[in-house]
Design a protein around this ligand. Structure first.
Ligand code: ADP
Ligand code: MG
Length: 142
């Protein structure tokens, strides 16, 4: 089942993400797709609050670092793979263990490592219509 939400502000996206985050079990892997500026990192700010009680202000894009780890009620492992070439690089960096997390893993640009993704995961796709309008699709694959 795919849930769809239309949002018209960053705050609305964060509110939906907070509710979704609160429903996530330990070990959840959430994959994000959508263009640069769609709102993937913004969504993760809300998810971090709902899932782990981590303040939105702590969540910043790990574009250069690839992985940020935030510690809250649960640990959040936040990847941005925009600069990663392929799954071999991901494995070589020792990141594979985060695909089976003792906490929650969020992966922006997960298409870079499609072939090694675990079967059970959530997908969040964000489409960008205008300065402030977004269509957010959330699904779970078991
Ligand atoms: P991404 O991680 O997908 O590259 P970001 O979350 O970093 O995108 O950036 C999204 C930008 O769009 C932010 O500056 C945010 O304030 C803005 N924005 C405007 N409207 C929305 C909305 N409805 N939902 C999410 N972000 C929005
Ligand atoms: Mg981002």
């Amino acid at each position: 089942m795919v849930e769809k939400y239309k949002t018209e502000s960053q705050q609305e996206t964060i509110a939906i993400a907070t509710r979704f985050g609160a429903s996530l079990p330990i070990g959840a892997v959430v994959l994000f797709s959508g263009d640069l500026g769609a709102g993937k990192t913004t969504f993760i700010k809300g998810l971090a609050k709902g899932a782990c009680d981590i303040p939105a202000s702590e969540v910043i894009s790990p574009t250069f670092s690839i992985l940020n780890i935030y510690k809250g009620k649960k640990c959040l492992f936040h990847f941005d793979l925009y600069r990663m070439q392929n799954a071999e690089d991901f494995i070589a960096m020792g990141f594979e263990e985060y695909l089976y997390p003792d906490g929650i893993t969020c992966i922006e640009w997960s298409e870079r490592i499609e072939q090694i993704l675990p079967a059970g995961h959530y997908r969040v796709h964000i489409e960008h219509f205008s300065e402030s309008e977004r269509l957010i699709s959330i699904s779970e694959e078991v």
